[in-house]
Design a protein around this ligand. Structure first.
Ligand SMILES: C[S@@+](CC[C@H](N)C(=O)[O-])C[C@H]1O[C@@H](n2cnc3c(N)ncnc32)[C@H](O)[C@@H]1O
Length: 476
């Protein structure tokens, strides 16, 4: 360790309030000034933390002896920052000390930081320590060690050790190793570039069962799907023989949706638990947790879970459930009135980062698609529901607007397999996107056509309303 030659002369500056500038000044002064400042503050963990957090870049000549005296400090945050600063010294003589910290500190955050600091040294000497950490019980420590070792990718011993982790029990470890060593460049299944799609899918509504229609839609042609599936048997537009049959139907639709979705793009499913009323007073009503049951198979088929957004309405819109309880107030019979629905956000599995998706677009499109100020920053979206004289469950335009703006680029193809009254299509079009909708009920397709005269969106006659047969003819 470097020698500390600092000899103390009382300095009124040490008693000035701590500021970033003051710390910088002390650091530049060298000759142990920071060490003394730390000594002055050693019983004040708040001040110590402030000093440690604001040390910034540390030159190799930095007099760092004092750092090591704080490795046993009782405040975990202080120890964490001590370790970070030791790492910044980039001195491979400290690898053993950091290794000791990783092996003995009681805080997992400090242990992880120690491994991360060792990794950042990019030193050959660190390899054996990082190898030892690959059997750690904490998957995050293993991932930190992998990160440090990947600097040496191509080194036979490193590759051998890392490849051996491809069947590791932790999914994060498996994913990193798979991506680094085993993921093959996916064969291109579409002749189009990522930003493009087929002209015969643009601004099209097909009247038919989505399962039949999707058979004619090519792989990787959709940029975004936002949909609200039928609510099991809670509304009158679709009837299923059982909840299992309903879930199997959705599974089929979302598996096909997966196929037609472009790499790394999004599916957003709006559902909520539904209640099927009791048949008589002698029976109870049944509540079906649709979002939770659907989630399970979506993830199984490869949709990566990204977010749960809560759509919060100002008041409940179904039959009052808390009425009886309001009278008797007896526990167990409490049933709140739901004012929320879920928007579950998923991404089609890919080894690529979101940045890759963004880079597939021309910079002008990216610029033009930027989300304006005033966007929602939380996952609770307060939006009034929309009632409609023809369709009993339509999307509010604001809900579609957010989804389209946040999850697609201008010119993208936005899909709703359960088109209903076509709200998503009209909104997508108004935002410079193209749409593809399927809807099995002729009366709702007729309703969509009626919007031609009411709004400017479907007014332009370039929207094509097709039967399944007609659609098949257009598919080249
Ligand atoms: C909850 S609504 C969607 C409403 C829509 N989001 C809107 O804004 O108007 C579900 C729709 O899916 C349709 N549907 C049900 N089963 C279908 C199927 N197999 N293929 C296509 N559409 C279907 C229903 O007729 C209904 O209009």
């Amino acid at each position: 360790m470097p020698q500390n030659n600092y000899s103390y002369t009382p300095n009124p500056a040490f008693y000035s309030p701590l500021t970033k500038e003051f710390i910088k000044e002390m650091k530049l002064k060298g000759n142990g000034a920071i060490g003394h400042l730390v000594e002055e503050n050693k019983n004040n963990s708040g001040n110590l933390l402030f000093i440690l957090e604001n040390l910034g870049y540390l030159p190799t000549s930095f007099d760092s002896d004092w750092l090591f005296t704080l490795l046993n400090y009782n405040n975990e945050q202080v120890r964490l920052w001590v370790v970070k600063n030791i790492g910044k010294l980039q001195n491979e003589n400290y690898i053993d000390i950091l290794y000791q910290v990783a092996a003995t500190d009681t805080s997992t955050a400090v242990k992880r930081e120690a491994i991360s600091s060792i990794g950042r040294m990019r030193s050959q000497k660190a390899k054996s320590v990082l190898f030892a950490m690959l059997t750690n019980e904490d998957p995050k420590i293993i991932c930190q060690a992998i990160r440090g070792l990947l600097v040496f990718k191509g080194d036979e011993a490193v590759d051998l050790q890392l490849k051996g982790l491809v069947n590791h029990e932790n999914e994060m470890v498996r994913t990193v190793i798979y991506k680094e060593y085993f993921a093959k460049q996916k064969e291109k299944t579409s002749i189009l570039s990522h930003a493009e799609t087929y002209p015969y899918l643009k601004d099209v509504v097909v009247n038919g069962d989505v399962r039949d229609v999707l058979k004619y839609v090519p792989d990787e042609s959709i940029h975004l799907t936002f949909t609200s599936p039928p609510y099991y048997n809670a509304r009158d537009y679709s009837i299923y023989p059982s909840y299992e049959a309903y879930l199997a139907f959705l599974e089929e639709v979302f598996l096909e949706t997966y196929r037609v979705t472009k790499e790394g793009r999004f599916l957003i499913v709006n559902t909520s638990p539904v209640i099927v009323p009791r048949i008589s007073r002698a029976h109870s009503s049944k509540r079906y947790p649709i979002p939770f049951d659907v989630h399970h198979f979506l993830v199984q088929m490869g949709w990566e879970f990204i977010d749960d957004i809560i759509w919060c309405k100002p008041e409940y819109s179904v039959k009052n459930r808390v009425g009886g309880f309001a009278q008797h107030r007896k526990p167990l019979a409490y049933k709140p009135n739901p004012v929320t629905e879920y928007l579950m956000v998923y991404r089609k599995q890919t080894e690529k980062l979101i940045d890759w998706n963004i880079h597939q677009y021309d910079s002008k499109i990216v610029e033009d698609s930027k989300v304006k100020d005033g966007y929602e920053t939380t996952n609770v979206w307060q939006i009034c529901p929309k009632s409609d004289k023809v369709h009993s469950a339509i999307f509010p335009v604001d809900l579609c607007k957010r989804v389209v703006e946040y999850y697609s680029f201008k010119g993208d193809l936005v899909f709703d397999p359960f088109g209903g009254s076509g709200t998503l299509g009209r909104t997508a079009k108004s935002l410079g996107r193209k749409f593809f909708l399927t809807e099995q009920e002729p009366k709702y397709v007729e309703y969509m056509k009626s919007f031609k005269t009411e709004t400017s969106i479907f007014k332009e006659d370039n929207t094509k309303f097709l039967t399944l047969e007609q659609f098949k003819q257009t598919v080249k």
